[in-house]
Design a protein around this ligand. Structure first.
Ligand code: 3HC
Length: 406
């Protein structure tokens, strides 16, 4: 949380970084710009779509006002503090203008590799040699993005979570060529913004988007099979201590964003069945039902974004009555199993994986803590039973079998 004094003190900055550039003014770009403004930076913002920049401006002003209010400022003092922070935000009309005078650019454009590579090539040509270029990509390869530049050693991933001003985790992704100095400097910057940086290798989905993939894929499979419906699944998951049910979360993040991550992971894991994207999501995206931002997804939303209830076909949809404990158990076991897959492949340490899920997805406990609570042998037996009944995707990870047998 920013010290309200920061908002009222122009020029206070973090970690030796001055002006921050942001490319992409969607939900994430706006959130990252807001964070940088909160911490005293000047911010240069670009989006191909003028209307997106306008929306971002309103959203940032609104977010800053909430922070100022939380810091105890009221009325005129609050309006003045917000106005002073907003005065440090400058929009530009071309992507190369973002790079001109900044120490770091964070790209948060749509999840398309060709587009990101074009943006990075342009930024690279326009930026000073020392400027760090970071992508907020959810799941694309940092190496593949960095290869479009002449400075792969100064290209990295800075993966924030939605809502960026609030969620405490940032995955700091070093590509094969990223220098330790670049990664350390970027980690220091986000730590100064009150975030917990976690170092991650450049693997599909990094930690959270990979290990937490079953949080949305398993509920979608339950919905596909008619075993349980949207409302009951969301309620069961919330009752288990998660901040949002999976369908509410997909609507919140954007069904298109969630699907893009699912597709990237499915491709990154060479079509492994456990990562198969759901046809339900694809159908919703094709119909323009992207969740909260389009007013309709699994739920319907009012003009102010407040949920009005499940969309009619999901309210009435089939629900064969799988017990709520079984719904939660299946989702948690699949996440535990994926955490062991990631651990076995050296993606990160046990502690960092637990921390990442607690802070990046606000799970009530990390997957290894959950495995310990269940007991490793018991978790393995439950997964084997699910694999026999439901399919290969539940087959226990080699690292889990090893840990349970030892
Ligand atoms: N700017 C400033 N403050 C904000 C804000 C914003 N943009 N959005 C929310 N807040 C503040 C609110 O003002 C509120 O502050 P207060 O405590 O002072 O009143 C606080 O955050 C909590 O917000 P709300 O009271 O509105 O709502 P909740 O308490 O229900 O929390 C939530 C909302 C933080 C979204 C919570 O439900 C949550 O943690 N959900 C899980 C989100 C999650 O899993 N995110 C990760 C998604 S995956 C991802 O991003 C990866 C990507 O690659 C796809």
């Amino acid at each position: 949380m920013a010290d309200p004094a920061t908002l009222t003190t122009p020029g206070r900055r973090t970690g030796g970084f001055g002006t921050i550039g942001v490319v992409g003014a969607g939900t994430m770009g706006a959130g990252i710009a807001q964070l940088a403004l909160e911490h005293g930076h000047d911010v240069v913002l670009f989006d191909v779509e003028g209307a997106a920049v306008e929306r971002a401006r309103r959203r940032i002003a609104d977010g800053l006002a909430r922070r100022v209010a939380r810091g105890g400022l009221r009325d005129e003092a609050a309006a003045e503090a917000t106005g002073q922070a907003m005065a440090r935000l400058r929009e530009v009309a071309a992507v190369e203008e973002v790079a001109g005078s900044v120490d770091l650019v964070v790209e948060a454009a749509v999840e398309r590799l060709d587009l990101k590579r074009a943006v990075f090539a342009t930024l690279d040509a326009a930026a000073a040699p020392g400027t760090l270029l970071a992508s907020n990509t959810s799941a694309l390869s940092i190496d593949a993005i960095a290869a479009a530049t002449t400075r792969p050693e100064r290209v990295l991933g800075l993966h924030f979570f939605n809502p960026a001003p609030v969620m405490p985790l940032v995955e700091v992704v070093a590509g094969a060529a990223t220098t330790p100095g670049a990664a350390t400097a970027a980690a220091g910057l986000v730590a100064g913004w009150g975030k917990r940086p976690v170092a991650v290798r450049d693997v599909p989905g990094f930690i959270v988007n990979r290990v937490n993939r079953p949080f949305t894929l398993e509920p979608l499979r339950l919905l596909e099979s008619g075993a349980a419906g949207v409302t009951r699944i969301d309620r069961a998951v919330e009752a288990a201590g998660f901040p949002m049910g999976p369908f509410a979360l997909m609507d919140f993040v954007g069904i298109d964003v969630n699907l893009a991550v699912a597709v990237t992971l499915f491709e990154g894991f060479h079509g492994a069945p456990r990562f198969r994207p759901s046809p339900i999501q694809r159908r919703l995206v094709d119909a323009g039902r992207l969740g909260r931002k389009s007013g309709r997804g699994f739920h319907v939303y009012g003009p102010d974004g407040a949920p009005l209830g499940p969309a009619p076909e999901f309210a009435a949809g089939p629900d064969a009555g799988l017990p709520e404990a079984a719904i939660v158990e299946r989702i948690v076991l699949a996440i535990v199993n994926e955490a062991f897959h990631a651990l076995g492949q050296g993606v990160a340490t046990r502690d960092d994986i637990d921390l990442a899920l607690e802070l990046g997805a606000r799970h009530p406990r990390g997957p290894f803590a959950w495995a310990d609570l269940l007991g490793l042998r018991h978790a393995t037996a439950l997964l084997e039973a699910l694999a026999a009944a439901e399919g290969e995707r539940f087959r226990p990870a080699p690292a889990l079998l090893e840990a349970a047998g030892g």
